[in-house]
Design a protein around this ligand. Structure first.
Ligand code: NAD
Length: 498
């Protein structure tokens, strides 16, 4: 039997112990150990606890998924799709429960972030449910005597590993991309934010046959490592940091299995002189994901402003950022919540301190976080804008994964493009100008997988999302990505003259 997570009334109690789900059952770890999930808005309190799973649990989950694969892959694709459509409806009907739990464990503001991510989760699953019938092959015209065709076949058991920053939508992504074409999945969420992922797996299991979708919890070095090294896993789909991505690729290379990697980013936002307006300022704020505390791989954290508008644009930007309300994620009036945990908070603070230590660097707003209540009760960092920064400094090159933006002026278009591309990352980019030729010319020059012009929004199901350079390999979020990354293409030829 699968246990439901009880809705909580008071954050002080959290949700208590929440088990993993293996083969349609809620289970503890074989070693009986538990890990705390800290509530980022209230230091020292738990949002819940999850099992500290390891190799034994992963082995059980992979074997259950392998057994379920035998019949799941034979179900017609549109029948699988219909189950996903049903799941999407159920998620919407539980939006509030999901959103509250999401705010509790991640620190994201319920009003600006959590409800939206729940709806994105439903939307993603609905998209893949809808395109399930498009898992088609081709006919190859080899002449009248031969019938040659290809078919798309699932790979087997997929190991899906997700980070803490968008645990619900990214779990939904792994689930739908894996199971729609007939694979089965063992999902491993981050130990920092595993609760909504478990709730999602519980909800999906109400519709799916047992074993098709399993979730194991634990640390990367114990649980994650056991999953990537398991000999019965046929594909690894990983979203997380570039550093861990290397380990995943290495593990995949040992067994020659396919791998998709959605990794880090340090994305540029380029503003041309004709875009010195309020709409662009709002887009830049959205592009930087300030209301997600900057904790987004897509975050446009390097702002390249034309020198003629540099000061005027920054003045408007800072005024808007100072007006945001930061605080308790579950308070309806809060716009910006807390950083996910102590480790990440310390990392962000260290980057800010490092940036302030550079000669000529200055913050226009934010900076080192206040040490007094209410800010000191949780992991709160104010939106921070650095000026006087050189593109080669750490604060401008490394992924801070916090609400920290660096603003750098440029004079010639070629300089803006050169600085934007001078990065080992290549995930996203944002370009702002009313001149469509300039916009497209720049978009074509930028070395990133996802470019937006005159908007700062996020990925929409159907986009083939993924990075250039060290931001990853493979594309997810789309039908094409699913076909390329989660199926084999098999060619079959029949001699009709036989
Ligand atoms: P992380 O790489 O530390 O962890 C990601 C996941 O991998 C977690 O579940 C973790 O437990 C697991 N893990 C860690 N070590 C492992 C190992 N040796 N073997 C197997 N699994 C292991 O990343 P994070 O700190 O959770 O998330 C932030 C990172 O994720 C950022 O770099 C961000 O850019 C990236 N990210 C990328 C995308 C994208 O689509 N490109 C989306 C969201 C986040």
């Amino acid at each position: 039997m699968i246990e439901k997570i009880k809705p909580f009334t008071d954050w002080k109690q959290g949700v208590g112990r929440v088990k993993m789900i293996i083969n349609g059952e809620s289970v503890e770890a074989a070693n009986g150990k538990w890990l705390s999930v800290e509530n980022p808005a209230h230091k020292g309190t738990d949002a819940g606890q999850v099992p500290r799973g390891g190799a034994t649990d992963v082995d059980q989950a992979v074997k259950a998924a392998a057994e379920a694969f035998v019949s799941w892959k034979k179900l017609p694709a549109r029948e699988r799709g219909k189950l996903l459509l049903k799941i999407a409806d159920s998620i919407e009907s539980e939006q509030e429960e999901f959103a509250r739990l999401y705010s509790l464990e991640t620190g994201n503001a319920i009003a600006t972030q959590s409800r939206g991510e729940v709806m994105l989760t439903a939307d993603l699953i609905r998209y893949f449910g809808g395109v399930a019938g498009e898992i088609k092959g081709e006919v190859i015209p080899l002449g009248e005597q031969l019938f040659s065709y290809s078919r798309r076949e699932p790979l087997g058991v997929v190991g899906g590993i997700v980070p803490w920053n968008a645990p619900l939508a990214l779990s939904a992504l792994k689930i739908s991309m894996a199971i729609t074409p007939g694979n089965t999945l063992v999902l491993k969420p981050s130990v920092e934010a595993p609760l909504t992922a478990i709730k999602l797996v519980e909800l999906c299991n109400r519709a799916l046959p047992k074993g098709v979708l399993n979730v194991v919890t634990g640390t990367g070095s114990e649980c994650g490592k056991a999953l990537i090294q398991h000999p019965m896993v046929s594909k690894l789909s990983f979203t997380g940091s570039t550093e861990v991505g290397r380990d995943i690729m290495h593990a995949a290379s040992e067994r020659i299995i396919p791998v998709s990697l959605e990794l880090g980013g340090k994305s540029p936002q380029i503003v041309f002189p004709d875009a010195n307006d309020d709409v662009t300022v709002t887009n830049v704020i959205n592009g930087m994901r300030f209301v997600r505390q900057g904790q987004s791989c897509t975050a446009g954290s390097r702002l390249f402003l034309h020198e003629s508008i540099y000061e005027a644009f920054l003045e408007k930007l800072v005024a808007k950022l100072k007006a945001f309300k930061i605080g308790d994620p579950l308070d309806e009036s809060t716009q910006i919540g807390a950083i996910v945990n102590e480790n990440q908070y310390n990392k962000v603070v260290a980057y800010i301190a490092g940036g302030l230590g550079e000669v000529g660097a200055k913050v226009l707003c934010g900076g080192l976080p206040p040490k007094t209540p209410p800010f000191s009760e949780g992991y709160y960092v104010e939106p921070t804008v650095f000026i006087g920064v050189k593109n080669e400094w750490r604060i401008a090159r490394e992924e801070v994964f916090g609400p920290v933006l660096v603003a750098i002026p440029w004079k010639e278009e070629t300089d803006a493009i050169r600085m934007a591309n001078d990065s080992h990352y290549g995930l996203a980019a944002f370009i702002y100008t009313h001149n469509i030729s300039k916009a497209l010319r720049t978009a074509h020059e930028i070395e990133s997988g996802f470019v937006q012009i005159n908007q700062g929004g996020g990925i929409v199901p159907g986009h083939s999302y993924g990075g250039f350079k060290q931001s990853g390999i493979g594309r997810e979020w789309s039908l094409e990505g699913m076909l390329e990354g989660f199926t084999h293409r098999k060619s079959i030829t029949v001699n009709l003259a036989y």
